[in-house]
Design a protein around this ligand. Sequence first.
Ligand code: GLU
Length: 285
Amino acid sequence: MPTPPVFRFAPSPNGYLHLGHALSAFINFDSAQKTGGRMLLRIEDIDAARCRPEFETAIAEDLAWLGLAWEQPVRRQSEHIGDYKAALDKLDALGLVYPSFESRAEIEKLVTERDANGGWPRDPDGAPLYPGAGKSLASAERKRRIAAGEAYALRLDMAAALARAGPLSWREGEEGSILADPAAWGDVVLARKDSPTSYHLSVVVDDALQGVTHVARGRDLYPSTGVHRLLQDILGLPAPFYRHHRLILDSDGRKLSKSNRSTAIRELRAAGATPSDIRRMTGLA
Ligand code: GLU
């Protein structure tokens, strides 16, 4: 018997689910159902400052109310820090990780000094590509500053990683093969002194450990897939099929956010909407 496809929905419990999440959840659950696949729920709660247990409870309640079901146990990222550390250690052992010590404000200042006209390159999320000196610091100096308790970010040496991996692509829904562009992110952050992993690192580790074969998620994460492919390649992890679906926008044409209460599933439910109404509101029949 061929192994069934594995889908997942991976929200962060930093607010209530909104229509955009419902669209992602429906697409994944529907695909699992149509293909006889498995459906997983993963709680992406590595950002301890913003994630709260009551939002996790609300996620499960909202999904169940929508009529969706998933396998147990649910993987909660905060319980698997050792897995991300192991991946980071592997990248480090390959000489692909270095610490940088500038704060975000110092980075913005450096960038303005380099290009007062705002022309310094920015990543797809709008943050400036790392302009600092971290990569060329001597190893003794790195150790000294870390031992002294300075804050730091652990970054991927993008040039070295690209040289190791060569050109990469991914398989995207109806579009076919897409050329990955991880360089658009520069020396992307993989972990910080107070935060043992990043979204990029934990998502590739988890998708592999959970045997995820199909990732359906919002179009806003399309550019991140370049970094994910690079990390998968270097860490020897399989690449799932990807499908980046349309985003649901508010009346001003902006992406929905968790602070926008009018599109939260539970607000709509309280106002009398049924699960089928929610499905229609996401644009699915
Ligand atoms: N946790 C991410 C979010 O809530 C989704 C990550 C993913 O699907 O890769 O936006």
